[in-house]
Design a protein around this ligand. Structure first.
Ligand code: SDX
Length: 425
């Protein structure tokens, strides 16, 4: 028997069905609410509103659980690779060996970008933020790779081109911004090793592939690969619901991720920690974060869903320690981050607000250790999140119930009035 809730409005009673997911989450189905009652719901930031059903990623914010297609992210970080996890998210199952080999060959064969795209980079101001460049370049891919008539081929080729070329676009952006020679992808390198080589190899100094750094990058991108209906994924779904091409929908997701409250937080954390180390003002920063009259937020802390530790943060912190030790690097930002975490977690304000470190709190320190420049940290997040955006977009277009996203509103503006000629104003 379907569970329901009773809504009493005026002198009428309405029954609204309750649906339950595979992990026993429940939602009131309000798809017929306005038709039955004339009412709509209002929920700023959609904190209490589900936009869809999805079988891709499960999060439990109270228990700190994150699973991709049912597999705990801890197991994928330990045992999988980013390419294999991307396959899992997009195709809904772990690849067999032949699937993975074919997938890797496809990614390799589609890793180049049209040579004319270099002109786009050359005309960007050198001070441009790499996220703005990436969003434009991904949108431009449609112009270089026009739509294929066969829908399934169009989807498969666009997905492969995006997954493979996004690395090349990001590395090109880095090289050209520094006036360095662009390094091409190599067929003998894995997904992550290829990116590192494109970023750091030069004609006079080959890049030495360190397996621990490659492992760290695989784990970094696995941890960022999907996160159910976060801001940027919702942007991809909303823009995709207008049936625009996938490149444009992903470009919108990149733009949303750029924000400092979302993916831009990893860059903001490192800038905040750098300021704390330079000015020795950790206590003042914590007080500012607690001050309701101050818009400053402690970057890398808090989460809309996690009200306990972000499971990704724990893995990221462990990776920080391993990598710094392996490369024999000491980073004052890590020491500051550990101290800040300890102070905040023992402070009543953060305890009462359920504010814990999130994925962005240590991720910037991992990227610094690998040698990624700070202004490319969110680009690294975007490359990691790409398979999740693609999987969520694919799920939405395959959903028979999916429709154009078009929320309603409650109008609070002036009542009807008349146009006043300028002479009378
Ligand atoms: C990501 O959604 C996802 O899944 C995102 C993500 C993903 O993988 O896609 O996990 C990636 O975006 C992680 C979050 C990165 N952002 C930051 O680290 C920026 C700092 N964090 C905050 O801006 C904030 O915590 C948010 C935006 C992340 C979440 O905020 P909510 O859920 O909208 O909560 P809120 O702003 O309504 O805050 C609730 C209360 C407020 O105090 P009160 O008005 O109730 O007294 O908590 C306070 C806030 O002032 N608060 C903070 C705080 N975060 C929330 N106070 C100080 N510092 C903070 N970081």
């Amino acid at each position: 028997m379907t569970e329901s809730v009773k809504l009493i409005y005026g002198d009428k009673e309405y029954q609204l069905p309750v649906i339950m997911g595979s992990e026993k989450e429940k939602a009131i189905d309000i798809s017929k609410l306005r038709q039955k009652t004339g009412l709509i719901t209002l929920d700023a930031g959609f904190a209490n509103t589900g936009s869809c059903t999805s079988s891709i990623t499960f999060m439990d914010g109270e228990k700190g659980i994150l699973r991709y297609r049912g597999i705990p992210v801890e197991q994928l970080a330990e045992k999988s690779t980013f390419a294999e996890t991307a396959y899992l998210l997009i195709h809904g199952r772990l690849p067999r060996r032949k699937d993975l080999t074919d997938f890797s060959v496809l990614l390799n064969d589609n890793s180049l970008v049209h040579e004319d795209m270099r002109a786009f980079y050359e005309s960007y101001p050198r001070s441009s933020h790499p996220m703005g460049i990436l969003s434009s370049m991904v949108n431009a891919l449609r112009s270089f790779y026009p739509e294929l008539h066969n829908l399934q081929e169009e989807i498969n080729m666009t997905v492969t081109r995006l997954l493979s070329k996004v690395r090349t676009l990001a590395a090109m952006s880095y090289k050209i911004s520094r006036g360095h020679k662009v390094v091409y992808p190599r067929p003998d390198l894995t997904y992550c090793a290829n990116f590192l080589n494109m970023m750091f190899a030069t004609p006079v100094r080959p890049y030495e592939i360190d397996p621990d750094v490659v492992k760290a990058l695989n784990v970094f991108w696995i941890l960022h690969a999907d996160h159910e209906q976060n801001c940027s994924t919702s942007a991809v779904r909303v823009v995709g619901s207008a049936r625009v091409n996938l490149y444009a929908a992903i470009s919108a997701g990149i733009a949303a991720l750029w924000g400092p409250l979302h993916g831009g937080a990893n860059q903001a954390v490192v800038e905040m920690l750098t300021e704390i180390v330079e000015n020795k003002n950790m206590k003042q920063m914590i007080e500012r974060a607690k001050d309701k009259n101050d818009s400053f937020r402690l970057m890398g802390f808090g989460h809309r869903v996690y009200k306990t530790y972000d499971p990704r943060m724990k893995i990221m912190k462990k990776m920080c320690d391993t990598l710094l030790e392996k490369l024999n690097i000491t980073d004052p930002l890590l020491d500051a981050a550990i101290e800040l975490e300890q102070i905040a977690l023992n402070d009543d304000y953060f305890i009462e607000h359920n504010l814990y470190p999130n994925v962005d709190f240590y991720s910037g320190i991992v990227l610094r250790t690998i040698g990624i420049p700070t202004n490319m940290f969110t680009v690294m997040f975007a490359i990691g999140r790409l398979p999740g955006w693609i999987a969520q977009w694919k799920e939405s277009i395959d959903d028979p119930n999916w429709k154009l996203s078009r929320p309603r509103q409650i109008y609070t503006g002036p009542k009807e009035n008349r146009y006043v000629p300028i002479e009378e104003r």
